[in-house]
Ligand binder design. Structure first.
Ligand SMILES: Cc1ncc(COP(=O)(O)O)c(C=O)c1O
Length: 440
């Protein structure tokens, strides 16, 4: 292992990465196709995380790549403010047609972080537009991840993402407790039976702050970044019921759960709980071009469409909102999902993944195994002197032995592309098994 990084690696400041250690042992990919990455040395790495939960159709899908190339020949860019291009309208129409009934407007962003901040701003502005501007408090959840904007980290619940910015977090934010408690739910398959009552904590927050001050609650239907924390049976239903009773908007952050990860386009089709706003990103283009957005119900859009017609209704947007390349990729990705029936494939793979991953129970240091949709996690006991080091070493071992997984602290998470085969899943879990046996 070289002691100092190669000079050509030094300029890049990698996000969410241990830069110094990484540059001593860089793990660099140069090409990808289908289920695999390839390193500069030609090593083949099985993608166990669909990129970063985004490459749902597998890498370099020819139809998506062709659509992006074709778009480049026609229109590279057009401003999204006061003008628009055809593909943005087409994609908005296609998304609202496929989304749960009632979600008939979409606002485009470039990322999940921007989608979350946009959703929070829509919620605040919506109450104000209806003359209920006192509703300015936002409720997130412990262990929640809603990206890295100031809105997202304020409602988010991961201490590491918040502590350096503590004084700059949004005021007027409170948090629900998280639902992860191994005393009651270790080794659950699918949704844990325990924990629905934790949604009642929202009643406590309403009693504390008064409903008239609360604009919205934002949660991930399944918490992804914190390590696949699966909603207890009945939990989301209760949140919905309490929000409805108190006039609070419910935002589902579906940046990970959307586009087939739970076997459906969005979680309501799977779990039957309908939010008021849905944020999405990642899988919308299968990760090929950055794109995110917020789907809203008609009533929310309509509340903004008042006042003189020549005035801007919502002072918000991004230079690249609905970029032509992103919209072309999004349209092609939706076609691929439909034509290859990938959400059904995700549903068919779910029990395969469940069986495979739960067979890791009993391997060294495993204190929990959990799964939902085409996502799963193995939680490891932390080393007493170095939390998250075991997780990191398992991640490194897997990469060095041909499989890309993710680690969050000492939790190993996987969420393969929806085009995975049962053999891919066995191979992936087999590599994790070997890693667990090798990493002390
Ligand atoms: C639920 C959720 N929301 C928001 C984000 C942020 O998305 P991005 O990294 O595209 O800004 C993520 C990213 O993993 C996420 O999982």
């Amino acid at each position: 292992m070289p002691d100092t990084p190669a000079p050509e690696l030094e300029a890049l400041w990698l996000p969410f990465t241990h830069n110094r250690l990484f540059k001593k042992t860089p793990r660099v990919v140069v090409r990808a196709e289908g289920m695999h990455y390839y390193t500069a040395e030609g090593r083949k790495i099985l993608d166990g995380l669909a990129g970063l939960w985004c490459s749902a159709a597998g890498h370099n899908h020819p139809r998506i790549v062709a659509a992006v190339k074709a778009q480049l020949d026609v229109l590279d860019y057009s401003p999204p403010f006061q003008t628009c291009h055809d593909k943005a309208f087409e994609l908005a129409h296609a998304l609202t047609a496929a989304a749960p009934a009632g979600f008939d407007h979409v606002f485009f962003t470039n990322s999940g972080s921007e989608a979350c901040d946009t959703a929070l701003k829509i919620a605040l502005a919506w109450h104000r537009a209806r003359g209920d501007g006192g509703r300015c408090r936002l409720i997130g959840r412990e262990k929640g991840y809603h990206g890295v904007g100031f809105g997202g980290i304020s409602v988010g619940g991961l201490a590491a993402n918040r502590k350096a910015f503590a004084t700059a977090l949004l005021p007027g934010v409170d948090h629900l407790p998280h639902t992860h408690d191994l005393r009651h739910m270790a080794f659950s398959r699918g949704q844990p039976a325990w924990g629905a009552h934790l949604a009642d904590e929202l009643e406590r927050l309403v009693a504390l702050h008064d409903a008239s001050t609360i604009a919205a609650v934002i949660v991930e239907p399944m918490q992804g970044s914190a390590g696949v924390i699966v909603p207890p049976v009945g939990y989301l239903e209760r949140l919905r019921e309490i929000c409805t009773r108190h006039g609070i908007l419910l935002i589902f952050d579906e940046v990970i759960t959307g586009f087939g990860r739970l076997g459906t386009l969005f979680s309501p089709e799977r779990m039957g709980v309908m939010p008021d706003l849905i944020t999405f990103a990642k899988g919308v283009t299968s990760g090929v071009v950055p794109l995110g957005g917020v789907l809203v119900r008609k009533g929310i859009y309509d509340a903004f469409m008042t006042g003189p017609e020549h005035l801007v209704e919502f002072f918000h947007g991004y230079t690249y909102s609905g970029h032509p390349l992103a919209c072309a990729a999004g349209l092609a990705a939706l076609d691929v999902y439909r034509d290859e029936d990938l959400f059904a494939r995700s549903r068919a793979l779910e029990p395969v993944l469940e069986e495979a991953i739960h067979a890791l129970r009993g391997e060294p240091n495993v204190i929990d195994v959990r799964n939902f949709g085409l996502a799963a996690a193995v939680e490891l006991a932390p080393r007493p002197d170095a939390a998250s080091k075991r997780g990191m070493e398992v991640f490194h071992w897997c990469f060095d032995h041909g499989a890309m997984v993710r680690y969050t602290g000492d939790t190993i998470a996987i969420g393969p592309p929806l085009v995975a085969s049962p053999d891919d899943i066995e191979a992936l879990v087999g590599t994790i098994r070997q890693a667990l046996r090798h990493v002390p």
